[in-house]
Ligand binder design. Structure first.
Ligand code: NAP
Length: 286
């Protein structure tokens, strides 16, 4: 039997890149990886990291999860459209007080994190069903299990994909297709840099001074503190994914523990994690 073909979205940086490298460099050469990114001009970091596996166990394709056409073209270009493992990793973040964010920014988050993953699954799943085999993995977030202040829209997009996958997973069992969710806590990637860069540019016009004060003087330092104190590496997440693929019959995987521990860090306001078992304070009380 040929090695399972793994397609990963969003491989230009961070978690997607780390997973692609780990699978393509697997000592037992168990996988053939198609690393995808929306702009192949950003391929250098991946090509360098994967070294001599490039062209042997890894090849690259263009794929923008926000474009139906790009998704279809990419999948059509794969021999027999045969994908054994789909890893939906591409994602974008958004933080800030809701009233100060543009609807366009919010829609982009849903377009990428929710509809992007749905579009991929919709394109790949019918072939998996026909073959009665496949594994769909989604890089969700701990924020897909618990809302976090000032991450309202990002968190909602991850809750949405959690609900979608949870519903679909049951139907797919009949077809011998496994669905797994990975819910990382904070990870040091470009995601974090993009978030802080975006915040420094935005003025959050329309936000009342009290909320803006909470955001700038409580949330942002706390978020930096959490990333600094608890940030995992993309390689840590890639190792979790390895575990998920090895245990392909395990339908869900929760990695939320890291976020719960965050609530115990000094200087982290407890209202950031309203439902944490370690916290029973509310925003008003803190
Ligand atoms: N970092 C964290 O703390 C953290 C925590 C929990 C969950 N996650 C999730 O982990 C996943 C990966 O994030 P990361 O931390 O590795 O961040 P990252 O380094 O910013 O990587 C995100 C990747 O998604 C790609 N992407 C964005 N929009 C896309 C689109 N329309 N089509 C295809 N690719 C697109 C980016 O490509 P470009 O280079 O073209 O922008 C990039 O390759 C995301 O789903 C994120 O929500 C991250």
């Amino acid at each position: 039997m040929a090695n399972p073909l793994v397609l990963i979205t969003g491989c230009s940086s961070g978690i997607g890149l780390a997973i692609a490298v780990m699978l393509a460099r697997d000592e037992m050469r168990r996988y053939y990886v198609i690393g995808t990114m929306r702009d192949l001009k950003r391929k250098d970091k991946l090509v360098e990291a994967v070294g001599d596996a490039y062209g042997k166990t890894l090849s690259l394709l263009t794929l923008d999860v926000c474009s139906d056409e790009s998704v279809k073209q990419c999948v059509d270009s794969i021999k027999d459209r045969h994908i054994d493992i789909l890893i939906n990793n591409a994602g974008v973040g958004l933080v800030g007080p809701v009233e100060g964010l543009g609807m366009d920014d919010m829609m982009k988050v849903f377009q990428t994190n929710f509809f992007g993953a749905v579009c991929m699954i919709k394109e790949v799943m019918p072939d998996m069903k026909r073959r009665r085999s496949g594994h769909i993995i989604v890089i969700s977030s701990a924020m897909g299990l618990q809302g976090v202040a000032f991450n309202d829209v990002y968190s909602a997009s991850k809750f949405a994909i959690e609900g979608f996958c949870e519903s679909l997973a049951v139907q797919l069992l009949k077809f011998n297709i496994t669905m797994s969710m990975i819910e990382p806590g904070p990870v040091h990637t470009e995601f974090e840099m993009k978030m802080f860069a975006d915040v420094s540019k935005k003025e959050y016009v329309g936000t009342d001074p009290e909320t803006l004060h909470h955001f700038r003087t409580c949330y942002l330092p706390s978020a930096a503190n959490i990333f600094q104190g608890l940030g995992q590496t993309p390689e840590d997440i890639a190792k979790v994914r390895n575990h998920v693929t090895d245990l392909a019959r395990c339908p869900t995987f929760f990695n939320i523990v890291v976020v719960f521990v965050a609530c115990r860090l000094p200087n982290v306001p407890k209202w950031l994690f309203p439902n944490s078992p370690f916290n029973n304070k509310t925003l008003n009380k803190s």
